[in-house]
Design a protein around this ligand. Structure first.
Ligand code: NAP
Length: 485
């Protein structure tokens, strides 16, 4: 291939937009972004629940090439982040490349033609030399298999599909789940609801967030001195990067987190019974450490209760728990997270010889550097297996993946290759080392989390500092690939 390869990118979220921008910067404009929604933003468009905000400081939760001096707060809200992503799409002239309302159903690699054949659920068909997934790990809501859920006759929706048309004022609201999403929307919803009951399966380690607004003066200074903005960004990077010590060992930083979380619980929750219910029984970091200032104070409201007895069944107007209690409710909000370990499902991705990605990934997804899978040539994933973080900004990882992928695409053109396919032994070696490293981390400890499969294999998280990932992905090693001309 000597002309610029054609590229199809799945998703116009943080990853897909970044990929498009960097392709344009590399002089490659032969790409299309397929987006299932009618706007850009991905997860920042999907998650419009009240109080949605990022838990990574905004000055580091943005692209390195598009600093934003105007972030309103340390942890900006969903609307501001989505507006930032829209601004990037406009500024870098990506919008003409995006096909909205185009959800991909399947993609298969035609080895003879060295082309990916992509089919959308509208029946459209596209071909491309290179397929890039930007769908990430948190895009499909997990709907729990609770007995009777479908019989419920009141209002019911998932936190990532918030139905703003339903006014929750004066309603008896049940929230199932108490993860990162739930703790953000519970405080505002508790102010409206007549009664709010949180059905908690396990407690979380929560540390104070310490949010603050940036003054107009601070924004003016950031605007006037771009290098200062860069410096500020790197300050957050290193501040977060050191937190990997909390996951990688039993060290001082893990103890600091635990003390911080216990101290915050002690201060905010005076009732010892409730405090006991909110104290996790697993090592700090095993599940995502949550940061929040408003959740515990919301629990002190007289109209808020935490129910720790397991849900037995749901009826048309109530939730019954295993301790024999019936909780009459008007609305159920499922804050039950996402289908995280199946990655690209339900899309059907077929590689060389019709091999199905979903079947290969049966025992747990794996890829080389989280980016490439052997037998699936010219296919790259952003935020793929084992690239999630518990301590730093995912945008840092995504930028590293985009850089790597653009270099691979350039190599295809420069060397006149039809495709490149990562060697199986390279992928195996990489994953053996990765799983060995992960076995020493907090994620492998005894708790259930969205980071691992039912059998306990950690398929979602990166095993080390982000510096190590950056180093490994800074340049593709072409000798790791089977190169086909
Ligand atoms: P999550 O962390 O996976 O939490 C899901 C919650 O639902 C957990 O409390 C879980 O209990 C509970 N649950 C699941 N199935 C259940 C069932 N069958 N019965 C009862 N309870 C059930 O999901 P999330 O809160 O949506 O967050 C997911 C991730 O999205 C976060 O970890 C984070 O990476 C990202 N996120 C980030 C932000 C932010 O930046 N501020 C905000 C929201 C989300 P168990 O704990 O017992 O499994």
């Amino acid at each position: 291939m000597s002309a610029a390869p054609t590229v199809v990118i799945l998703g116009a979220g943080v990853s897909g937009l970044c990929m498009g921008i960097q392709l344009l910067k590399a002089g490659i404009s032969s790409f299309t972004i397929l987006e299932k929604s009618d706007r850009v933003g991905g997860t920042w468009y999907d998650n419009q629940y009240p109080g949605a905000a990022c838990d990574v400081p905004s000055h580091f939760y943005c692209y390195s090439f598009e600093a934003n001096p105007d972030w309103s707060r340390k942890f900006s809200g969903q609307a501001e982040i989505q507006a930032y992503l829209h601004h990037c799409a406009e500024k870098y002239r990506l919008l003409p490349h995006i096909r909205f309302a185009s959800e991909v159903a399947s993609a298969s690699f035609d080895e003879r033609a060295a082309l990916w054949r992509i089919r959308t659920s509208n029946g459209d068909e596209l071909t491309a030399n290179v397929l890039v997934s930007g769908v990430g790990q948190l895009n499909r809501p997990h709907i729990p298999d609770l007995p009777g859920l479908s019989d419920f006759e009141g209002i019911s929706f998932h936190s990532a599909r918030w139905q703003h048309a339903h006014d929750l004022t004066g309603k008896r609201v049940a929230v199932i789940g108490n993860g990162a999403s739930a703790i953000q929307f519970i405080p505002p919803v508790a102010k409206l609801a007549k009664q709010l009951t949180i059905f908690q399966r396990s407690a979380n380690w929560i540390v104070p967030r310490g949010d603050y607004a940036y003054s107009e003066r601070a924004k003016r200074v950031f605007r006037a001195f771009p290098p200062l903005l860069k410096l500020y960004r790197w300050y957050f990077y290193w501040q977060l990067e050191k937190n990997f010590f909390a996951f990688g060992g039993e060290g001082r930083i893990a103890r600091t987190f635990e003390q911080g979380a216990r101290g915050w619980l002690e201060t905010a929750i005076p009732d010892p019974t409730l405090r006991a219910a909110l104290t996790p029984d697993y090592r700090v970091g095993c599940k995502r450490i949550l940061i929040d200032d408003d959740f515990y104070p919301a629990l002190a409201r007289p109209n808020v209760a935490v129910e720790t007895s397991e849900i037995a069944r749901i009826t048309r107007n109530s939730i019954e728990t295993k301790d024999g209690k019936t909780h009459p409710v008007d609305a159920i909000i499922l804050a039950t997270g996402f289908e995280t370990t199946t990655f690209l499902a339900p899309m059907q991705i077929e590689g060389v010889g019709g091999k199905k990605l979903a079947e290969i990934w049966g025992p747990g997804a794996e890829a080389n550097l989280g980016l490439c899978v052997s037998g699936f040539p010219n296919f790259f994933m952003m935020y793929g297996p084992n690239t999630n973080l518990g301590h730093n900004s995912i945008i840092f990882m995504i930028e590293a993946q985009v850089r790597y992928t653009v270099q691979c695409i350039q190599a295809l053109a420069a060397r006149g290759l039809r495709y490149l396919d990562v060697k199986p032994e390279v992928q195996e070696r990489y994953n053996a080392e990765l799983q060995r490293d992960l076995s020493h981390t907090a994620w492998a400890a005894g708790c259930k989390s969205w980071y691992k499969t039912a059998s306990g294999k950690v398929t979602n998280n990166w095993s080390s500092f982000t510096v190590k990932y950056w180093w490994k992905t800074r340049r593709p090693k072409l000798e790791d690939f089977k190169l086909v001309s």
